[in-house]
Write a protein that binds this ligand. Structure first.
Ligand code: HEC
Ligand code: HEC
Length: 368
């Protein structure tokens, strides 16, 4: 059994109103202030566990089947184009890196590296997050520097350490030289005078990503199937909500709704990357990162922006210590880890099958 502490529960109760501020509002939300760190409880001894308040479950919601946006309506043709672009290494300078190299769709959207390998085997500075469910976050990237997946997708193609294309024009020229792509763009953007544009590359890849969702047992549970979670998982859910993890990891994705300071209570060991401060140049944003999703977390090691935790056990312990000032017991950690396993979803196998890439023009090296 885990310990629950009254004083701490009160602290949590005081924090709960803040949760409302963390929730997505109209899909856009710019919460940037760190939530006041909950003080570590002075241990007042073991306390029998009570059932967690079922009202807390309202802070979560089942994942949608597709993450639509009014701005970017989905069509089958856009998605088909986006899928081809996602898998196509010809979108990189040396035709050896695609989106799927670092976000492998059959491996839960990650590459398993602490930091990713890009053009010429160069390592970037951050861990590659999963693309599954990412379309639903309030902002993209660890530091939120892109607003949505459509905008995000235009970043890595030009990033010198990732796909290293020299300019948007170079991407468009390369795509236009492939007759199969000219056709796919015309179908995907039938009303456009000039369908092959760099913006449309982003729009199409974004459309593909909007259906990269992974429903799991957790969603069954939230939809009313109380047998979808077993006892240890339920215990883990209780610990998770009681100690305060859900203050930051909340909503449909158990993350992706706010920026928070990593090391809110105890400074993060690795201060090399200062997070949003690098973007805003505002000292108040030091070590602020977007709270990542916990969906599929069991499958997306290593963890954190710096890839500094190799196992989920270690990641959960570090969160307890650095975000909440708590030394979680072994039982608490294993219960949380068990519950996190219920967030592993089903991969949409048919949807993510590597497509036949459009031919002619530039040598087609095939999908990743
Ligand atoms: C060389 C490896 C690499 C390649 C290639 C790459 N990415 Fe990424 N991706 C990353 C890394 C690393 C990050 C995190 C960077 C950051 O936050 O600063 C990231 C972030 C993202 C995110 C944000 C997810 C989140 O949690 O905010 C999405 C979505 C994404 N990439 C999609 C793509 C798409 C689409 C492509 C192809 C156009 C692509 N990536 C190509 C490594 C890569
Ligand atoms: C004050 C806000 C806050 C609280 C409370 C919090 N987290 Fe986090 N969590 C974050 C942030 C921010 C990150 C990203 C940190 C980074 O990589 O820089 C994160 C990252 C994680 C990760 C790694 C995700 C990944 O993809 O790499 C896990 C796992 C995690 N948290 C679990 C938990 C658990 C379990 C608890 C409760 C014991 C918890 N968190 C409490 C804000 C919080």
């Amino acid at each position: 059994m885990y310990r629950i502490n009254r004083a701490f529960s009160r602290t949590l109760a005081a924090l709960l109103p803040l949760l409302a501020a963390c929730q997505r509002q109209d899909g856009i939300q710019q919460q940037q202030k760190p939530i006041a760190a909950a003080a570590a409880p002075a241990d007042s001894g073991a306390q029998a566990s009570h059932d967690f308040n079922p009202r807390l479950l309202r802070r979560f919601s089942p994942v949608r089947a597709s993450i639509e946006s009014p701005e970017h309506p989905l069509t089958a043709d856009k998605i088909a184009l986006g899928r081809a672009l996602y898998f196509d290494k010809r979108l990189s300078k040396n035709q050896d890196v695609s989106c799927n190299s670092c976000h492998q769709l059959d491996a839960y959207g990650v590459d398993g590296e602490a930091t990713s390998l890009g053009d010429k085997g160069q390592r970037g500075g951050r861990n590659s997050p999963t693309v599954y469910n990412a379309a639903g976050y309030f902002a993209q990237f660890w530091d939120g520097r892109a607003t949505d997946v459509e905008q995000q997708a235009k970043g890595p193609i030009l990033n010198p350490k990732e796909m290293a294309m020299p300019s948007p024009d170079a991407v468009v020229a390369r795509l236009k030289a492939i007759s199969g792509y000219r056709e796919l763009f015309s179908k995907a953007f039938p009303d456009a005078a000039e369908p092959v544009t760099y913006d449309n590359v982003g729009v199409a890849i974004g459309a593909f990503e909007r259906k990269l969702v992974t429903p799991s047992r957790w969603d069954k549970y939230l939809s009313g199937d109380k047998h979808a979670l077993h006892d240890e998982e339920l215990e883990g859910l209780k610990v998770f909500t009681n100690v305060g993890c859900m203050v930051c990891h909340t909503g449909e994705f158990l993350g992706g709704t706010s920026y928070q300071r990593v090391g809110a209570v105890e400074p993060w060991p690795n201060q090399a990357d200062s997070g949003r401060e690098g973007l805003t140049k505002n000292a108040a944003d030091r070590m602020m990162f977007k709270v990542p999703t916990l969906r599929n977390i069991q499958k997306t090691a290593p963890y954190f922006h710096d890839g500094s935790a190799k196992t989920l056990d270690q990641a959960v312990r570090m969160m307890g210590k650095h975000q909440l000032g708590l030394e979680l017991s072994d039982n608490e950690v294993s219960a949380i880890v068990a519950w996190l396993g219920s967030l592993t979803g089903e991969l949409p196998k048919a949807y993510i099958a590597a497509p036949v890439l459009p031919g002619t023009g530039v040598a087609n090296k095939g999908p990743t």
